[in-house]
Design a protein. Structure first.
Length: 129
């Protein structure tokens, strides 16, 4: 069975699973990764089977040490060498509980820490709301 995200039924399944696991599905790199991932599906021509397979694959391919990120805005899962990085953790900063830093953070701010699968440097993604 040949699947791709141009098929509306497949795209709906991909979008639903990505939203559940807090993974972006709309960026160029993400769509390329997901399209390649779908090439590995060897199951039946059945959207329920695809959904079960994809749940396992997304959870494995976009790993998190503990909890998954709680994004303030749209997901921004970084990649290294075309592979999703490992989510390490999240630091939430609010102006109300950090008065010494009120000049730095005027809104709720979250820092998301990722490390590569393999060797390389960590990446921090910052979002404000």
């Amino acid at each position: 069975m040949q699947l791709n995200t141009d098929d509306p039924n497949v795209f709906r399944v991909v979008r639903r699973i990505c939203v559940f696991y807090k993974v972006d599905y709309s960026g160029t790199l993400e769509r390329k990764f997901l399209s390649t991932l779908l090439l590995g599906y060897k199951g039946e021509d059945n959207m329920d089977n695809l959904e079960q397979w994809l749940k396992q694959e997304i959870q494995t391919k976009f790993p998190a040490l503990n909890e998954r990120p709680s994004w303030l805005q749209s997901p921004e899962w970084p990649f290294t060498n075309d592979v999703p990085m490992v989510f390490i953790g999240q630091i939430d900063v609010h102006p109300s509980n950090t008065p010494d830093f009120s000049g730095y953070f005027h809104d709720s701010t979250s820092f998301y820490v990722f490390m590569p699968q393999g060797q390389g440097s960590c990446v921090v993604v910052m979002q404000q709301m």
